[in-house]
Design a protein around this ligand. Structure first.
Ligand SMILES: [Zn+2]
Ligand SMILES: [Zn+2]
Length: 134
């Protein structure tokens, strides 16, 4: 498998060489403020299968132990990684060249949601993360 994607301006490109482990939509306040969007869709991949192939995204610590990355030129958010868990890296689904094959399996952090955000799907919804189980 080879998936490719990148930021809006093209300064940063990446490749993914393994099937994503999951796909979800995050409703958390931090995702909202760093993206300017209502929610952010993420795929989760094995870090060994992820490579930046052009450019150099800028890291940003959005909370202790968390590194997100962005394109320095256009500001597109590209990745999310935790310092205490090297088993995965999240990539913004919508920066894939073809996000169609990766619909979300669930919604997370509904507890942070804006009241008027409504999704018309029957996917599982979690007040926090699916890993938290609530
Ligand atoms: Zn860019
Ligand atoms: Zn989030």
């Amino acid at each position: 498998m080879k998936l490719e994607g990148g930021c809006h301006c093209g300064a940063v490109r990446y490749a993914i060489s393994a099937k994503p482990m999951q796909s979800m939509i995050c409703h958390c306040r931090t995702c909202r403020r760093v993206s300017g969007g209502l929610v952010v869709a993420w795929i989760t991949v094995d870090p060994a299968a992820f490579a930046i192939t052009r450019g150099e995204p800028k890291p940003y610590s959005s909370s202790p132990g968390v590194a997100r990355s962005f394109c320095c030129d256009c500001g597109a958010q590209l990745t999310y990684a935790r310092e205490d868990d090297a088993s995965y890296i999240d990539i913004t689904t919508t920066t894939l060249d073809d996000p169609d094959p990766f619909p979300p399996s669930h919604h997370s952090w509904l507890s942070h949601d804006i009241a008027w955000v409504k999704f018309g799907d029957d996917l599982p919804k979690y007040r926090k993360s699916r890993a938290d189980g609530v």
